[in-house]
Design a protein around this ligand. Structure first.
Ligand SMILES: Nc1nc2c(c(=O)[nH]1)N[C@H]1C(S)=C(S)[C@@H](COP(=O)(O)OP(=O)(O)OC[C@H]3O[C@@H](n4cnc5c(=O)[nH]c(N)nc54)[C@H](O)[C@@H]3O)O[C@H]1N2
Ligand SMILES: Nc1nc2c(c(=O)[nH]1)N[C@H]1C(S)=C(S)[C@@H](COP(=O)(O)OP(=O)(O)OC[C@H]3O[C@@H](n4cnc5c(=O)[nH]c(N)nc54)[C@H](O)[C@@H]3O)O[C@H]1N2
Ligand code: SF4
Ligand SMILES: [Mo]
Length: 716
């Protein structure tokens, strides 16, 4: 058998006329695994293989999404030319025609409807250079205040919690290399095994070294399986559960008095508040038994070292930012921050989920994590850009709120880069209507996504194989993606598209870049002296040193591996604790007679976000061809829902139909649906428009729903 295979392989090899390799990084999650595409040319066809490349973060590992990513990049459905909608059909046009069209419409919209009538919607899947340029494009070329991006739906709660507590937001306060040496790990609302699979060996090594792992999730997942203790809470009750843990830690005296006195504000208020709470009430609210709360707290408190990780389970809530702050309260009270093998990680989502939230795509932000409301910050960035600071627009609104502004008629045109909001935003029907209502929508994408379908003009862009640039990964490590595969057809890079449009709008002098590196060099200066200081990072250093963790303020600075060793980033150098109520100020939707179950949403291993890319990879699409609803068999029986049958799920917003999947491992009051599918399977048709008042994060993780079988088999 082996001999036969080798014989076959060798004859195949002989037929290979040419083999080329291309280095890049995975287009998907925040691990940013380094990879190499091997392209073998045969007489009549080409064959591709993706392999991992060694690097400090992922050590050469890849998951199935990364291994199959090239399938979407080489898909026949890749866009190769600009497309204009004419009488409802897309027709191919030239770039110059496309730019003329943009100029005409942008000028008309801004002269008729006002400067701010044009909005920009960006993404955390583009490079740092592109994210930076998009922010500059909105403020300098379009002079609109309305810019925000898809990271609002992703990292905003964690970002706002970290800024308020620590004074700075870098997703992970340490490097991943410390995880194997920590004593106790809390994984709250994160499914790393499916969402950042190549991170897992760090946690497996920790376990081998004796670490105790506590998972907090309403359902069992591949991640909760590595835990020693699984707190299976009711969705949306993390703030209360964290109060329970904190109360036990304080009562059992696992607090670090010296650390609290020297480096922390607010502990006494938090202490008084949590001591006034009753564990019985917390048990009742969260569904987690008191013994388990005590066991988790005592274990975490007792260990010398510990780390807490949160992700979207805790964060995508209308009290997401304050809930994260409560987990930070636990970490700070027990003194497990700012020292070796202790720290916090808000596991970053998208490939550039970290970098793209630092350099000016946010409604209220300027590069280097500066604030658009701060006169000094405005003056500095304006001087780098060569504009007058008073010409820079002010603060805009969050991603979903831009959809509301469209309905209100304040925004009438949009430039959308690298996102599919009609599927990924909450209250999806309303968002679809908003997109349809726009006078002019330009979508820059690799494919005709569900949102691009509604656009007037689609501009084709380059993929992770073709587009060079930097990405800041889950650790806060800036990495250089050295992509150089030739672009298909007439495709342009995102940054080239931005520069070209600026040129036709008469703003070319501010956007005269001819490489990603040139943009990066301007970003370095623009970020200099800000919180996210990239000044000391250069392409050369990234090539030589395999990535650098920010802040890196000088060319001879080694990068900052561990944050807060000497002080926190607030002016007084101290961390800020805050008392967090068990129940959020704005109540969440509760299960009731009409809508008796909780719906929570999330991801599966083989698909990525709205699935536009992964559905084009046959190897990935085949693993999950359609959406599903995970449900406990006893709940299913109650609503006459057989396994593997179609179910209608309804909320106050709308309904979808998906296939049932019985699972003994989910809470009986909760169902779970992934959000990778569109149209009649788009779970965001069910999610409400309520936002976290602090960071404007939607509550993707809790809705009240009712179920009914599409075909009732119970009477047969
Ligand atoms: N395969 C895959 N990987 C991805 C992505 C993808 O789409 N597919 N997306 C990337 C992106 S952008 C992101 S943001 C990350 C997301 O990564 P994660 O946040 O890990 O993913 P989710 O599945 O959204 O949610 C994590 C877990 O939260 C649980 N959960 C639900 N409600 C609650 C709750 O109220 N409290 C708690 N404690 N837990 C709850 C869910 O059951 C789920 O297991 O993944 C990145 N990686
Ligand atoms: N119910 C529910 N909804 C959610 C979530 C949830 O957990 N539950 N999670 C939220 C989260 S965390 C996120 S991050 C959002 C993400 O949601 P979206 O922002 O909609 O993300 P994608 O589906 O990745 O859409 C990216 C689009 O850009 C295209 N694209 C890919 N690469 C490039 C590129 O380099 N340049 C350009 N111009 N285009 C490119 C893709 O083809 C795709 O059409 O969804 C959010 N929505
Ligand atoms: S999806 Fe994430 S873990 Fe998987 S290969 Fe890509 S970057 Fe690595
Ligand atoms: Mo995300």
């Amino acid at each position: 058998m082996t001999e036969l295979f080798l014989k076959y392989y060798r004859t195949q090899q002989q037929k290979v006329q040419l083999e080329k390799t291309y280095d890049t990084q995975c287009p998907y999650c925040s691990m940013q695994c380094k990879m190499q595409l091997i392209e073998q040319s045969f007489v009549t066809r080409k064959k591709y293989l993706t392999i991992g490349k060694d690097n400090p973060t992922t050590e050469g590992r890849l998951c199935i999404k990364g291994m199959n990513a090239h399938q979407h990049a080489f898909s026949r459905e890749r866009l190769k030319y600009p497309l204009l909608k004419v009488n409802g059909e897309f027709v191919r046009i030239s770039w110059e025609e496309a730019f003329e069209h943009i100029k005409e419409n942008f000028v008309e919209i801004q002269s008729k409807d006002g400067q701010n009538a044009l909005a920009v919607y960006g993404s955390a899947s583009i490079t740092n250079e592109e994210a930076y340029l998009l922010g500059k494009f909105a403020r300098v070329a379009l002079k609109t205040k309305y810019i925000d991006y898809n990271g609002r739906l992703c990292m905003s709660a964690a970002a706002s919690a970290a800024i308020q507590t620590f004074g700075i937001d870098r997703g992970f306060t340490n490097s991943l290399a410390e995880i194997p040496f920590t004593g106790c790990i809390i994984l709250a609302g994160t499914n790393i095994a499916e969402c950042q699979p190549t991170i897992m060996p760090y946690f497996e090594k920790a376990k081998e070294n004796g670490a105790y792992i506590i998972a907090i999730d309403p359902r069992e997942t591949a991640t909760t399986k590595i835990a020693d203790l699984h707190l299976k809470l009711k969705p949306g009750t993390d703030a209360a559960l964290a109060n329970g843990l904190l109360k036990v830690i304080i009562e059992e005296n696992y607090i670090d008095e010296a650390f609290l006195q020297k480096r922390v504000n607010g502990f006494e208020e938090v202490k008084d508040y949590v001591l006034s709470l009753k564990l019985e009430e917390i048990e009742e609210m969260t569904g987690v038994p008191i013994e388990q709360i005590r066991k988790a707290a005592i274990r975490f408190g007792k260990e010398e070292t510990g780390m807490i990780f949160t992700a979207r389970g805790v964060e995508q809530q209308t009290d997401g930012s304050i809930s994260v702050r409560n987990f930070l309260n636990i970490l700070i009270a027990s003194g497990k921050i700012g020292k070796p093998n202790c720290g916090f990680g808000a596991i970053t989502g998208q490939g550039n989920g970290q970098g793209a939230r630092e350099h000016g795509q946010k409604a209220d932000q300027l590069p280097g994590y500066r604030s658009i409301d701060n006169e000094e910050h405005r003056a500095y960035v304006a001087s780098v850009w060569g504009v007058n600071k008073d010409e820079l627009p002010g603060k805009g609104v969050s991603a979903y709120e831009m959809m509301e502004k469209i309905h209100e008629g304040e925004i009438t045109g949009m430039f959308l880069m690298c996102s599919n909001p009609v599927v990924s935003n909450p209250n999806a029907q309303f968002v679809r209507e908003a997109m349809k209502k726009l006078k002019f929508l330009v979508a820059v994408d690799l494919f005709v996504s569900e949102t691009a379908r509604l656009a007037d003009l689609i501009l084709p862009t380059s993929s992770y194989l073709e587009d060079e640039g930097t990405m800041t990964n889950v650790e806060g490590r800036v990495t250089l993606r050295e992509a150089n595969y030739p672009v298909p057809g007439e495709v342009k890079h995102d940054w080239q598209i931005i520069c070209d449009i600026a040129r036709v709008l008469g703003k070319g002098e501010y956007f005269s870049f001819s490489s990603a590196e040139e943009i990066f060099n301007e970003l370095r200066v623009a970020s200099r002296g800000g919180f996210a200081d990239y000044y000391g990072i250069t392409y050369d250093r990234l090539r030589k040193e395999g990535g650098l963790l920010w802040p890196c303020p000088d060319l001879d600075h080694k990068g900052t591996v561990r944050l807060f060793e000497a002080s926190f980033a607030h002016r007084d150098g101290r961390a800020a604790m805050v008392a967090v109520p068990n129940k959020p100020v704005i109540p969440k939707e509760q299960a009731c007679e009409e809508f008796p179950l909780y719906l929570t949403t999330g991801r599966v291993m083989s698909h990525y976000l709205t699935g536009v890319q992964t559905r084009k990879s046959p190897a990935l699409a085949a693993r999950n061809v359609e959406s599903f609803m995970e449900i406990h068999p006893s709940t299913a029986m109650k609503y006459r829902i057989q396994d593997n049958t179609l179910v209608k799920i309804e909320s106050r917003r709308g309904s979808i139909t998906v296939r049932s999947k019985w699972s003994e491992t989910i809470r009986q009051d909760t169902v779970f649906v992934p959000f990778h599918w569109a149209d009649s399977q788009n779970v965001n048709n069910l999610v409400s428009k309520e936002l976290d008042p602090t960071c404007r994060m939607p509550g993707f993780k809790v809705s009240a729903v009712k179920l009914s079988p599409v075909m009732d088999l119970s009477s047969n």
